[in-house]
Design a protein around this ligand. Structure first.
Ligand code: C5J
Length: 228
């Protein structure tokens, strides 16, 4: 049966997994590896590594089920025409967006740093959504791709919890999607923001969505496969 009850906060949720997509947000070298965008802002990128293995497990289970898989990448065109000046000039990074770093130009499409980490490399047929902003719906084809496939439920993981995961979940929630965020498959440079970001999603009866563990979601996917 494709509808499964997943143990979640603020309460269990019945999800039709045949209408679900796994959305893996921005698991790019620019955020997870030294020398990328995240590091230029002074962050300890090693803090994001704990979510790689849970993301791998979710990816593998979703592939087994034949679920729609979407990878997103944050980044800008080489001429920076889609990068607001306010974003480029913000703060005091060691290298600004577009500058040459050890993994190519910082946060620029097509550069080595813009790529998804090898552990989660997309397979042929999986969607890769390039986005100039934090949210995956802003100036992308994501909404059309979801609508074309009748997707109603999004299983969301990736980095960072309180920035691009959160922005995408908020955008999706406003568009009517049920969002289930896997807590251990998300990561942040700030553990306290990670915790609070997840709490904000589930507060007030699930104002933005639901939060579950990777184990709970994988149990549901396996159960759907067994009863198919
Ligand atoms: C950030 C992201 N943190 N993917 N991007 O700038 O969360």
């Amino acid at each position: 049966m494709s509808t499964q009850v997943v143990a979640a906060k603020p309460e269990a949720i019945a999800l039709d997994l045949s209408k679900a997509a796994l959305v893996i947000i921005d698991m790019q070298r620019d955020f997870l590896e030294p020398g990328g965008f995240g590091a230029t802002l002074g962050n300890d990128v090693s803090l994001l590594r704990s979510c790689i293995a849970p993301c791998q497990r979710l990816l593998s289970a979703a592939r087994d089920m034949g679920m729609l898989i979407i990878h997103t990448r944050e980044g800008h065109l080489p001429d920076l025409s889609d990068a607001p000046i306010a974003k480029i000039e913000r703060g005091k990074p060691s290298l600004r967006i577009g500058s040459l770093g050890p993994m190519g130009r910082i946060l620029i499409r097509g550069e080595p740093g813009h790529g998804i980490i090898p552990e989660l490399a997309p397979k042929e047929g999986e969607l890769v959504i390039d986005k100039p902003g934090k949210g995956a719906f802003y100036r992308t084809e994501l909404q059309q791709e979801l609508q074309a496939r009748g997707i109603e439920n999004l299983l969301v993981c990736g980095v960072t919890t309180e920035v691009c995961v959160h922005t995408t979940v908020r955008e999706a929630n406003d568009r009517g999607y049920r969002c289930l965020v896997m807590s251990d498959a998300c990561g942040s440079y700030f553990p306290e923001f990670h915790e609070m970001g997840l709490r904000v999603i589930t507060a007030q009866g699930g104002i933005f969505g639901w939060v579950a563990t990777t184990d709970a979601v994988i149990t549901s996917i396996k159960s759907a496969l067994e009863t198919a």
